[in-house]
Design a protein around this ligand. Structure first.
Ligand code: CUA
Length: 369
């Protein structure tokens, strides 16, 4: 009797939670209303089974409870009952899976006039590439990847010269235009996910995956990584800004092309210290340092940069070291050689120029107080 009451309470509480809980989907901002329909269908089927099975259990607990003089009957099989159960579960599973397959088939078949954008995932940051004026993405290959050329564009391919590269973690898209998204990974499995678009896709190393969507509402939406990809996974975030086509065009024009990004940066002249710090800050963003190192003193995967410069750190082997320029340069160049006590040995070795390292060190120094 006790168990029967508990089951009824669980069913009632679940239904109540479903109907009154404030945790529900964010308003949709793309054409994929069908994703919500699929979710509703799944919820109705699994929820219906949940309620029916639990109430059936309550019924049997009461109907067949122990009574004096009652003996259980032995019934090794019941073909009629089995046939009914097989039909019911088959119907339920087909209803769960089949409609989703139709939606998925549409999800990976973009309209022919869709604009193309590439998403590049890397522990733990996002980068984006748009085709330039020629409307074509240039050839890429892992052997061309360097610190200055994170996309691995082939310098010899003329089609790639006008490709537009977006390395800060915010990308813009025009309202109402279909977008075909191509996805690549530099290292491990990631998953590009923008909840209000109801759109996501795994990014598999060595493959180019794709899907499409049409943004239907202007706004600034958070991008999440939806595959556990290492200690910085939770912080692999970014933003998609959906705006009117004219605003998008002027934003796109302001982004550097591949050819421009490969030109050596102009030597910093007047106000050099200031620009070096600014460059270090931009690098910390674009190279993903900020995924693990905070600048406000909050805890992260790696030591916070606030007050780091000039501090004496205890190393994993028990020795101590003062955090100065040489120490920081060594840590950035060879992250695994000297480990700071209390932090996992997960810092990746980045391909950075000497000027980049100097800029990062200056930026960290600027956070000393
Ligand atoms: Cu990338 Cu999780």
């Amino acid at each position: 009797m006790g168990i029967a009451i508990v089951l009824i309470v669980i069913v009632a509480a679940s239904l109540l939670f479903h109907f009154v809980s404030p945790w529900w989907l964010t308003p949709i901002a793309s054409n994929w209303g069908q994703m919500d329909d699929m979710l509703t269908l799944t919820l109705v089927i699994t929820g219906g089974f949940f309620v029916v099975l639990n109430l059936f259990l309550v019924y049997t607990l009461l109907r067949y409870r122990h009574r004096d003089g009652h003996r259980a009957a032995y019934q090794p099989d019941n073909r009629k009952l089995e046939r009914r159960l097989i039909v019911a579960t088959t119907f339920g599973i087909v209803a769960l899976l089949a409609p989703g397959l139709f939606v998925y088939a549409e999800y990976v078949r973009p309209p022919s006039d869709a604009m193309v954008i590439e998403v590049l995932g890397q522990q733990w940051q996002w980068r984006y590439r748009f085709p330039g004026e020629n409307g074509k993405l240039g050839f890429v290959d892992p052997r061309f990847v360097t610190g200055a050329n994170p996309f691995g564009l082939d310098p010899a391919d003329a089609a790639g010269e006008d490709d537009i590269l977006v390395t800060p973690s915010e990308v813009h898209l025009p309202l109402g235009r279909s977008v075909k998204v191509l996805l690549r990974s530099h290292d491990v499995l990631h998953d590009f996910y923008v909840p209000p678009f109801r759109a996501r896709m795994n990014i598999v190393p060595g493959m180019v995956t794709s899907f499409w969507f049409t943004p239907t509402k202007t706004g600034r939406y958070e991008v999440l990584c939806a595959q556990l990809c290492g200690v910085g996974h939770y912080n692999m975030r970014g933003y998609v800004v959906v705006e009117e086509p004219a605003a998008f065009e002027s934003w796109l024009k302001a982004q550097p092309t591949f050819a421009a990004s490969m030109r050596p940066a102009p030597a910093s002249s007047a106000g050099g210290a200031e620009t070096l710090v600014a460059r270090g800050q931009a690098l910390a963003q674009s190279r993903g340092c900020v995924a693990c190192h905070s600048v406000d003193g909050s805890a992260g995967v790696g030591p916070t940069w606030k007050g780091l410069f000039g501090k004496t750190e205890t190393l994993a082997d028990g020795s101590t070291a003062r955090v100065d320029e040489a120490f920081l340069k060594g840590e950035i160049r060879e992250p695994q050689t000297r480990l700071v006590k209390g932090f996992p040995p997960v810092m990746p070795k980045l391909d950075l120029s000497d000027e980049d390292v100097a800029a990062l060190v200056d930026y960290i120094r600027s956070k000393a107080q």
